[in-house]
Ligand binder design. Structure first.
Ligand SMILES: C[S@@+](CC[C@H](N)C(=O)[O-])C[C@H]1O[C@@H](n2cnc3c(N)ncnc32)[C@H](O)[C@@H]1O
Length: 332
């Protein structure tokens, strides 16, 4: 079979897998939305921000001047890529939970010594499958197998191909920040349980800094983050027969210094009732739906978290302003 046919075959199988999983995902989405909107502090899991439109809006956020995270992480990778690739070692299988458009993996794989395979895992099928075609075109000798699924779900990890090569988990983009400290601990323990002695974790995390810089990143002057946040309501309306009046909600993002996190909310601008999946929910004026947390770390805090969850830090890199950090750690 020629290369184009192999890529088309893999993409076809991945689409089939994606469509059967979509029904299950939608049922889970309905359950999670009804449970979240029934809570005293209404809340929605942030993973649902990423449908096709949400993933595109997130890509647009990454381009914003106000959103320093992607730019800063990108600069660290640009200047430190040879060192980082060397730390990871040769003949590695790179697994990327929450891979999105896989744009950070591409230069990393190109700099690594004889990478064996790349397995990106993401909840958002369209963006992942487009990325697979791009990467496979760029690195034709590499085995690229995209897996559609929830990286917090052990079943998603079971669908990854098995390999006897060393594994490195790649977890950039400050995705760890979307988890509360307890949930981050659980997730990293789940990650280390997937690995064997000598396997690694390359993780990017945003660091504690001035609240003005932090709040601007999540409340940008171009209103792209607002559109990203409100897209969740559009998604509920279209997928779960919701009747949210989008203009009756405002985007709010603020830094909670005690919890060291930026919280993103949708604020009800009036007393109103909304129906979702056949259930009525009442909002008082000013009541919020908590849609995302972005926790910020200190260097010792991140190192301690890695230690507690089964990883030994080998090396870390930051930018000159100490705004962002990339850690490489291994399972002892
Ligand atoms: C903050 S973005 C980071 C994307 C990319 N890794 C980067 O660094 O630019 C988070 C990504 O994780 C995905 N994601 C979020 N929660 C997820 C989950 N529970 N399971 C799988 N993917 C998830 C989203 O679809 C999105 O692509």
């Amino acid at each position: 079979m020629n290369l184009a046919a192999t890529v088309a075959d893999k993409a076809g199988k991945a689409w089939h897998q994606a469509s059967t999983q979509l029904d299950q995902q939608r049922q889970q989405f309905a359950q999670d939305v009804v449970a979240g909107l029934s809570a005293r502090q209404k809340t929605l899991p942030c993973k649902y921000l990423y449908d096709e439109a949400g993933s595109k809006l997130f890509e647009a956020i990454c381009e914003l001047d106000d959103y320093y995270l992607t730019r800063t992480e990108g600069q660290i990778f640009e200047y430190r890529l040879p060192e980082i690739a060397q730390a990871l070692g040769p003949e590695v299988v790179l697994l990327e939970p929450g891979a999105g458009n896989c744009e950070k993996a591409e230069p990393l794989l190109a700099a690594m010594s004889e990478p064996v395979a790349y397995y990106p895992l993401d909840i958002s099928p369209e963006i992942l499958l487009a990325a697979q075609r791009r990467i496979q075109g760029q690195l034709p000798q590499l085995e690229v197998v995209p897996v559609i699924g929830d990286f917090t779900d052990p079943a998603a990890w079971d669908s990854l191909p098995k390999s006897h090569y060393r594994k490195v988990l790649f977890f950039p983009g400050s995705t760890i920040g979307n988890f509360t400290p307890e949930k981050a601990r659980e997730l990293l323990c789940q990650f280390s349980a997937q690995l064997s002695s000598g396997d690694g974790l390359l993780i990017g995390a945003d660091l504690v800094k001035d609240s003005v810089v932090l709040e601007r990143a999540y409340h940008d002057s171009n209103h792209v983050t607002e559109a990203f946040n409100k897209n969740l309501l559009h998604r509920i309306n279209s997928e779960l027969q919701g009747n949210f009046d989008i203009d009756a909600f405002a985007h709010r993002a603020f830094y909670h210094s005690l919890r060291q996190r930026v919280e993103m909310h949708l604020v009800s601008l009036a007393a109103q009732s909304v129906e979702v999946a056949g259930t009525q929910f009442h909002f008082t004026e000013g009541e919020t739906i908590h849609t995302e947390n972005s926790h910020k770390y200190t260097l010792p805090g991140l190192q301690a978290l890695l230690q507690e969850t089964g990883f030994n830090t080998k090396q870390y890199w930051t930018d000159n302003n100490h705004h962002y950090a990339i850690f490489y750690a291994e399972v002892p």
